[in-house]
Design a protein around this ligand. Structure first.
Ligand code: HEM
Length: 464
């Protein structure tokens, strides 16, 4: 049964800093228990030695050359969404953007993590349905007052649990097949593994891990792939959903954004060089992540009695770090609830937890900081830029009010129904010139260029 006996809510930067920095004292706790059925000992729920070893294996897979190669994938996927919206705009049909963003990011993460094309923007059955069944279960468990799934009789008779188990089996079988296919590719390669190793035909994280010597048959590998699928899917979808909601309320910001996108991209697919130039677009995403952090709450459990400032912490206490409150605290921010991308200087560094002294945590912080931060920043910037270049978006007339509900990420209660219209300018069809794989090492949206060192530095701290 769940071991949590005490809960503490916390939104003071200095305390958060402590909880997130000290792995020896603070672990994932209740989160690991809730996610066990789907992520097992994957990187998010894992603690201790397993976490340390797996973090060291996975962080290098998201190297700069890989992330740069992903920009082509983001552009192609966003273009498929544009084609869908083209049809809706021409037919005068309103669209529900939240589910479209969920499908866009599922298609992206499937290709990026294990080279699988869910094609969920046009396909709703089989494996796509299985992924959504499992995701919904994870969301429901994360907000359930009683862990009914742990009651033995319930396990046997619940039709819902049987459906979840069938979905999990389908996903695991698919993962096993993908691992086997990838292993054959790796075996046939004349492999010269090095730091920025990448197979051009299959640049996926799975390919990197197998080439680096990961054990094909291990449940750990599957747990990590599943963890990245979930971690990198709903988060990015939620960021896009709330960004479009915020933009619909601020036409001034939308016009400024479209102006930048037009001048930087023209009618081309975004490239790695454009990421540096799309400054305002990046600030829009930074600001959206402040107002709607994904997830809105982080969790740690204390392993020992401790004191945070004047507050005593008991052993085994679950601490809920409210990033939502932190990001909207009037003590920390001017006009805290206002959507104002201009609060982040265009020529300043990209805001992150370090340069904002832990009052801004878009990707967490410390040793357990998100491994996909640069990936996700580029993904959301590319999708945002490609969509607003071609269309205007407004909340549909008669749409249900946009209200929030939270699971692991912040969802709308009834979707984000929008009217999409073509912008009044000649239609832009992206040319097929794709991004190059050349990487300018000076380019960075966040502090990702520290990532590989960061993994090592923090691991060293965790060991000591
Ligand atoms: C906009 C999108 C994303 C947001 C907002 C986000 C946010 C976060 C946050 C806040 C954490 C820290 C959790 C904690 O401290 O408990 C985290 C961890 C993590 N994220 Fe992300 N993430 C995003 C995208 C991704 C992507 C694309 C991937 C994979 C490619 C990914 C993989 C992970 C993993 C594996 C961890 C756990 C790291 C560890 O515990 O060592 N995330 N993410």
């Amino acid at each position: 049964m769940t071991a949590a006996v005490q809960l503490l809510f916390c939104s003071l930067p200095s305390f958060i800093h402590t909880c997130m920095l000290f792995l020896v004292l603070y672990v994932q706790g209740i989160l690991a228990e809730i996610l066990d059925f789907v992520m097992g000992k994957g990187l998010i729920p894992a603690d201790g030695e397993i976490w340390r070893v797996r973090r060291r294996a996975i962080v290098p897979a998201l190297h700069q050359k890989y992330v740069a190669a992903m920009i082509g994938l983001f552009g192609q996927a966003a273009d498929r969404l544009c084609q869908k919206l083209d049809a809706a705009a021409s037919d005068g049909e309103d669209v529900e953007m939240e589910s479209l963003f969920s499908r866009l990011t599922l298609d992206i993460i499937g290709k990026a993590v294990f080279n699988y094309d869910f094609d969920s923007l046009s396909n709703d059955t089989g494996i796509v349905e299985a992924v959504y069944t499992v995701l919904r279960e994870a969301e429901d468990r994360s907000v359930a007052p009683i862990p009914v799934w742990e009651i033995p009789i319930w396990k046997d008779v619940s039709p819902r649990l049987r459906k979840v188990n069938a979905a999990l089996k389908l996903i695991n079988d698919t993962l096993d097949d993908l691992i086997a296919i990838c292993k054959r590719m790796v075996d046939e390669e004349e492999l010269q593994f090095h730091e920025e190793y990448m197979n051009e035909q299959d640049p996926s994280i799975l390919h990197f891990l197998l080439a680096s010597g990961d054990d094909v048959s291990s449940k750990q590998l599957r747990d990590d792939l599943m963890t990245m699928l979930i971690a990198g899917h709903e988060t990015s979808a939620a960021v896009l959903t709330w960004t479009f909601y915020l933009l619909s309320k601020e036409p001034r910001v939308m016009s400024k954004l479209q102006e930048e996108v037009d001048s930087v991209l023209g009618d081309q697919y975004p490239t790695i060089e454009d990421m540096k130039k799309l400054k305002y677009t990046t600030r829009v995403i930074n600001e959206s992540l402040r107002l709607y952090p994904q997830p809105p709450v982080l969790i740690r459990r204390s392993l020992e009695d401790d004191v945070l400032g004047e507050y005593p912490i008991k052993r085994n206490e679950d601490i809920f770090i409210s990033v939502w409150n932190l990001h909207r605290s009037p003590k920390l921010w001017d006009d805290a609830d206002k959507f104002e991308p201009e609060r982040w200087a265009l020529d300043g560094p990209s805001p992150n937890e370090t340069n904002q002294n832990f009052k801004y945590l878009p990707f967490g912080g410390g040793p357990r900081k998100c491994v996909g931060d640069l990936f996700a920043s580029y993904e959301t910037v590319v999708a945002l830029a490609m969509l607003v270049r071609r269309f205007n978006f407004q909340i549909a007339v008669g749409a249900p009010p946009v209200e929030m509900t939270t699971g692991a990420t912040i969802h709308t209660t009834q979707g984000l129904k929008m009217t999409v219209t073509h912008r009044i300018k000649p239609p832009i069809v992206p040319s097929l010139q794709m991004s190059t794989l050349e990487v300018d090492p000076s380019i960075s949206l966040s502090d990702q260029d520290e990532v590989s060192q960061k993994g090592e530095v923090y691991q060293a701290q965790a060991q000591s």
